[in-house]
Design a protein around this ligand. Structure first.
Ligand SMILES: Nc1ncnc2c1ncn2[C@@H]1O[C@H](COP(=O)(O)OP(=O)(O)OP(=O)(O)O)[C@@H](O)[C@H]1O
Ligand SMILES: [Mg+2]
Length: 584
């Protein structure tokens, strides 16, 4: 017995079959909204749709079809699900009687008599069988079949499947009724987020890290421009660290490359590296024993009291707040002495240049002996924002290398200990570090993280507005994508090369996306690409596009106010003068 229940628009989309008293929900393919009909050309993956008006790109549609199974001979019903990937509006051109008239030559008197129609393309990505199994479409729809606006239920089956490892990120484009969930476990195969500036990449990251941390996850953001500064998480703890270089936590040879980045200056770099090793040993011993306390710093001062170049200021007692700064000055002093003490085999010029490099570096970079290592700060259920905005490009590159190595090493060792600590590591402005044209220090470390991280639960999320500048080797490890508005063809092509799920028509539709709208592809979204309006993160204040004209207007009106105040002031003075005469 089959009973059809229909009481609201939503339940219209469902019906229930009662089998031996048990309700089995079935999906139907139709809605009351018919978008058009299948035209002349149709294949299992792409069909022409003819309609009186254009159907917006990104509209989800269904077509009912049936076929005869060649093996069993059984008739089978299918619901094909697809998305409109391109659309055009045309005029029907008469071909009888007179010669073919192209629309450009059309005489005005024909206007109105001639029909207009729209031709769109519907890209099928799923076929749902009568028993709700989701398969790849293998049958084309018949010509003239009706094309329906896809029912909520059908789309929810494909995009809203919830399991303990999924989080919501937004809703289907044009369908606020269909929430879109992504599978966090699939992020082990990494993520690439791209789109032009202001398209909504960092907002997407804010949504992801907030919801992942709310699951008890650890999300780390390498924040190049301080975009996440002051992030107010909705559901998780946020820890923001202004990145500084701790000479005790960075291997001397890596720090030496930061101090002397020039490739050819090998002698200077060797001098600096040796000095760093010597001073690091001394400082590590003292700081480990006393901490960065007044006593510890005094001890360091004692060590260097005998130093020939020691300035007077170092032997004066230090305030608690200045301890770190004083320790850094002492460290520089130690390095200079160590470099100076090299007696043979090195020219005075090399020694002098190495000392200048050390002094310049430690004067400009943010150095701190109290900066903990990033793995010490990493805690489950937290968003750790590593603000690298006060470092210069080279320092950011080296810091990223150090941090990526540290996370991979700690991921490996915690897995070996049997207490793995999965994490999402987000690298903003990834084109700076993974450039296709320019070598970088951090690139091998990021590539290693992409290659080996998966086994230890380290998920990498690379964010970039310039996919054409990114080295495809790293991207080849990435299996999940968020592609936002992309206008330049070279960028679109780069993304297409990176994912075989991206077809040409889908890629060209990327230029029409608005802020916050994205194409999600990869295992994390299931088998089918989804056009999604990402939720707006209410707690991300930095990175918002400023209202430039409003700022200028405010400046003008402030100036006008100041001018009026000044004039009033002058008037009052003038009146006072008149009343008081020339009396002082
Ligand atoms: N899903 C969304 N819904 C509404 N507004 C959004 C959405 N995503 C981003 N925005 C708004 O768009 C602006 C830019 O967003 P965002 O900073 O995320 O862009 P971006 O792609 O990271 O830019 P950039 O490449 O310059 O860093 C912000 O004002 C943000 O509030
Ligand atoms: Mg951004």
């Amino acid at each position: 017995m089959k009973i059809v229940i229909s009481h609201s628009i939503k339940t219209f989309l469902e019906h229930y079959t009662y089998l031996m008293g048990k309700a089995v929900k079935q999906l139907i393919c139709r809605t009351p909204i018919v978008l058009g009909k299948i035209g002349n050309r149709a294949s299992p993956l792409l069909a022409e749709v003819v309609s009186p008006r254009p159907i917006p790109v990104g509209t989800y549609a269904t077509v009912e079809t049936s076929y005869e199974d060649p093996y069993s001979g059984d008739a089978k019903k299918l619901c094909l699900v697809g998305v409109i990937s391109s659309t055009s509006f045309r005029r029907s051109v008469p071909v009888s009687g007179i010669a073919l008239i192209t629309s450009g030559e059309l005489h005005e008197e024909f206007e109105g008599e001639l029909g207009k129609y729209s031709q769109s393309y519907l890209r099928f990505f799923a076929a749902i069988t009568h028993d709700m199994k989701v398969t790849i479409p293998r049958i084309p729809p018949p010509p003239d079949a009706s094309v329906y606006l896809a029912p909520t239920e059908v789309l929810s089956t494909l995009f809203s499947s919830r399991n303990p490892s999924s989080i919501p990120v937004g809703h289907l484009l044009g369908r606020p009724d269909v929430r879109v969930f992504v599978d966090v476990n699939a992020l082990a195969k990494h993520l690439f987020i791209t789109g032009t500036t202001g398209s909504g990449k960092s907002n997407t990251i804010a949504i992801l890290v907030d919801r992942i941390a709310a699951m008890g996850g650890l999300a780390i953001v390498y924040d190049v421009h301080g975009e996440y500064s002051g992030l107010l998480a909705q559901e998780a703890d946020v820890r923001e660290v202004e990145l500084a270089i701790n000479p005790l936590k960075i291997p001397p040879h890596v720090l030496a490359k930061m101090v002397v980045p020039e490739g050819t200056a090998t002698v200077q770099r060797r001098l600096v590296s040796r000095a760093l090793r010597q001073c690091r040993d001394t400082f590590a011993k003292v700081i480990e024993h006393y901490g960065l306390t007044e006593e510890g710093v005094k001890k360091l001062q004692d060590v260097f009291r005998r130093s020939t170049r020691l300035h007077q200021e170092f032997v004066e007692p230090v305030e608690e707040a200045d301890l770190d700064e004083t320790a850094v000055k002492l460290f520089v002093e130690c390095l200079v002495n160590a470099i100076n003490s090299v007696k043979s085999g090195v020219s005075d010029k090399s020694i002098e240049s190495a000392i200048t490099k050390v002094e310049e570096f430690f004067e400009h970079a943010r150095i701190s002996f109290v900066q903990p290592s990033v793995t010490e700060l990493a805690r489950p259920g937290t968003i750790l924002v590593l603000n690298a905005s006060s470092l210069d490009d080279e320092q950011r590159d080296y810091m990223l290398k150090v941090i990526a190595d540290e996370f991979l090493w700690s991921g490996k060792s915690s897995s070996v200990r049997g207490s793995p600590m999965p994490l999402l590591f987000v690298v903003e402005e990834a084109h700076l570090f993974l450039s296709a044209n320019r070598p970088s220090v951090s690139r091998p470390s990021i590539e290693r993280l992409a290659r080996e991280g998966r086994k230890f639960g380290i998920c990498l999320a690379l964010v970039s507005q310039r996919p054409r500048n990114i080295d495809l080797n790293t991207i080849s490890q990435v299996q999940n994508f968020v592609v936002m508005k992309l206008v330049q063809e070279s960028d679109q092509r780069a993304v297409m090369n990176a994912s075989d799920l991206l077809t040409e028509d889908l890629v060209t539709s990327l230029a029409t996306l608005a802020t916050g709208e994205a194409l999600l592809i990869g295992e994390w979204i299931g088998r089918f690409p989804a056009l999604v309006k990402i939720d707006k993160h209410p707690g991300k204040r930095s990175g918002t596009t400023p209202d430039i004209v409003a700022i200028w207007r405010e400046f003008l009106s402030r100036k006008a106010r100041e001018r009026t105040d000044l004039e009033m002031h002058k008037e009052v003075l003038h009146e006072l003068k008149e009343i008081l005469g020339d009396e002082p």
